[in-house]
Design a protein around this ligand. Sequence first.
Ligand code: DSN
Length: 478
Amino acid sequence: MSPNAESTAFRSALEVIRAVEPRVADAIGAELADQRESLKLIASENYASPATLLAMGNWFSDKYAEGTVGRRFYAGCQNVDTVEALAAEHARELFGAAHAYAQPHSGIDANLVAFWAILADRVEAPALKRAQARHVNDLTEADWFALRRELGDQRMLGMSLDAGGHLTHGFRPNISGKMFDQRSYGTDPATGLVDYDKVAEAAREFRPLVLVAGYSAYPRKVNFRIMREIADSVGATFMVDMAHFAGLVAGKVFTGDFDPVPHAHIVTTTTHKSLRGPRGGLVLCGPELADQVDRGCPMVLGGPLPHVMAAKAVALAEARRPDFADYAQRIVDNAQALADGLLRRGAKLVTGGTDNHLVLIDVTGYGLTGRQAEQALLDSGIVTNRNAVPQDPNGAWYTSGIRIGTPALTTRGLGTAEMDGTAELIHTVLSQTTAGANPDGTASKAKYQLDPALADKISRQASELLTGFPLYPNVDLG
Ligand code: DSN
């Protein structure tokens, strides 16, 4: 590759776009500039490679390809077949899975594919068999009505939202909560850790069809072998949503009991978080669910995005390289250094630390809500997001936590020394911010005071921290 290939590619693309709608070209350039300047600590974000980004901007975007590889509802899908099969092959090899489905457009889509594959396998197939029908279209009106009721009457057990679970694991504001009767398991109030005996007890009482593990704000590992034993003990299908930590599984930081793939019946993920691919989803499973999973489109998914599947194939190929394992280990080393730096300075952390890519600060220790802390950090050039903590007194909107993660900064090359510097900046902002009051004198959950001069100073220090770690060093937009 020529030394200027990446600059040339992106500059040319912007020139072509600018000729049609210059404001879009400007916004794209501004986004790169903003990303380069900010200390990005959002645990679910990353920076995809230039090859991954470029694989998305092409003619695959113009192609309809409902169905799956070799079984399409449209003609002329031979090139889409190539990239979808490549993405699936890389995913199977990378994760050691029997089957991979690369079409989901996002994490929620991947979860919906998994839920409906499980429902089709566990509820619909037996109903068809009982009615001696081959297809749902062959059912009588009465049998179809009964099947629809049965599909809507199934149970799911997942991790509670304030313990770090995800909205798509059966919570009411999400479609999954309207599909399933859901109960959740929390974490031990003293340690903040998953209490497997309590999960087993909840499973025995509730008898779920689906037991879900996976999280978006739990800073520890989960023992998937034990979770599978619990699922088996009640005849539940065991599903793991590894969206947050897929990069750590791919990079072999999570192995044995902590690798979900050998233990779960079905695993879902996004491709853009610690896995560092394009924005999208993926489903992995064994042969028994493979056919149902492959019916994801048109079952619950709209037309596939072949340009994104091309980018998934590129990113998954990157994740199969030996240096990805080094990257994954550095993500965790950095998160632990960040946690240690915060603890040394007196911060209160949920579970007292981390063994994955994220750290959850309980900002009530600083007398703040999550919303106040998030905004004060943003004023200071530090991008994080507020998050509930277990038994959160401030609810899901204001929250009491700040979730920070290291996949993005690790991609830039920052290491444990810079994590200590980052901890210092975060602690300085949070300890110098005070909660504000409403006009009637009551405590506000949103207002706060932070000296603007201090916020400016921290912003400059955050930029200095990034100086030696340019983002997309080979991309010069001129
Ligand atoms: N939005 C993702 C996150 O930030 O964790 C999960 O949906």
